[in-house]
Design a protein around this ligand. Structure first.
Ligand SMILES: [Zn+2]
Length: 145
């Protein structure tokens, strides 16, 4: 990902990577001198591999910090899309690998050539604002009851 944080204390350039806190693994930035800097993923993950894949494919829900940052400096060919989840009513944001113009065409025409550029998680999010994590949690709560 060609976007970084700059530590406000020492001005080190911080690349996003897989980090861990008590809540689980997440994507974020870390300064070697000042510790954890910012959380980028809205969700926490259960494994390093899952988090690494989310980072490499840019397929993760955004923490509001990164959403604000990307609205100021957009990523080329990616658009921050936010939507209300019909499952939880929560407002989620995800990086979608389409330009803003393509997103508008997708919304107005459901262009099939654009749909094929999205993976199933991204399609689900575009349709009903539901993130992969919300599905997982839902399924888990059904199993455990
Ligand atoms: Zn620092």
């Amino acid at each position: 990902m060609n976007i970084n944080d700059i530590c406000s204390s020492c001005e080190n350039k911080l690349k996003p990577k897989v980090l861990q806190s008590a809540a689980g693994y997440y994507i974020g930035t870390f300064c070697s001198e000042h510790g954890p800097y910012a959380r980028w993923s809205g969700d926490y993950y259960r494994s390093i591999q899952e988090t690494q894949t989310a980072l490499e494919t840019l397929n993760f829900t955004l923490h509001s910090y990164l959403e604000d940052k990307l609205n100021q400096t957009p990523l080329q060919n990616y658009t921050v899309v936010s939507g209300l989840s019909i499952l939880t009513g929560k407002r989620n944001a995800m990086l979608i690998p389409l330009t803003l113009g393509q997103i508008e065409r997708y919304d107005s025409t459901s262009d099939f050539s654009l749909i094929s550029l999205l993976n199933s998680d991204q399609r689900e999010f575009m349709r009903c604002g539901i993130t992969p994590k919300e599905w997982d949690d839902k399924v888990e709560s059904i199993i455990s009851h």
